[in-house]
Ligand binder design. Structure first.
Ligand code: COA
Length: 131
């Protein structure tokens, strides 16, 4: 079942993110997850089954465009449609808010997953700078 992420879920979500090798960035601030969820304003969802959080998605309405900042499904529960449901949930919410485009920087091995959902590569590149 999908529901909005709540403050009480932070520990379980952190565990889920840390359980996926390479997902939890060691440079993140201690409160990165809390900041992410708070700033997402109603666009953070968990997938819960038998009182266990097995999926998490976080997106942000940035006005000009929206951004999907995190997506993870517990490795024991993959390929049964949970990731797809989570992404569709935030896409639907953003569509309802009038947002026309969603972007994300994604791991190369998940490109097929996103393309399957209608995502495509834009003709721009992603730049970054360490602060
Ligand atoms: C990517 C991820 C979220 C997918 O979640 P999931 O619940 O296993 O995906 P779903 O079961 O909803 O898959 C939906 C469809 O995409 C396909 N799919 C799933 N993972 C895929 C992958 N890595 N590459 C290509 N296709 C994939 C499924 O076969 C399914 O196809 P179908 O609709 O034709 O049956 C999950 O593998 C994960 O958490 N990975 C680690 C973290 C990660 O990569 N996060 C995202 C980018 S940073």
């Amino acid at each position: 079942m999908i529901r909005k992420a709540k403050t009480k879920d932070f520990t379980a979500i952190k565990k889920l993110l840390k359980g996926e090798k390479g997902l939890w960035d060691k440079n993140w601030r201690k409160n990165a997850l809390e900041l992410g969820i708070t700033s997402s304003i109603d666009l953070s969802y968990v997938y819960e089954e038998n009182n266990k959080i097995i999926g998490f998605v976080c997106a942000h309405d940035l006005g000009f465009r929206s951004y999907l900042s995190e997506l993870v499904v517990d490795s024991k529960f993959r390929n049964i449609g949970i990731g797809k449901e989570l992404v569709k949930k935030v896409e639907d919410c953003l569509r309802e808010k009038g947002c026309k485009i969603i972007i994300s920087d994604v791991w190369k091995n998940s490109i097929g997953f996103y393309k399957n959902l209608g995502w495509s590569e834009p003709s721009v590149i992603l730049l970054r700078k360490r602060l």
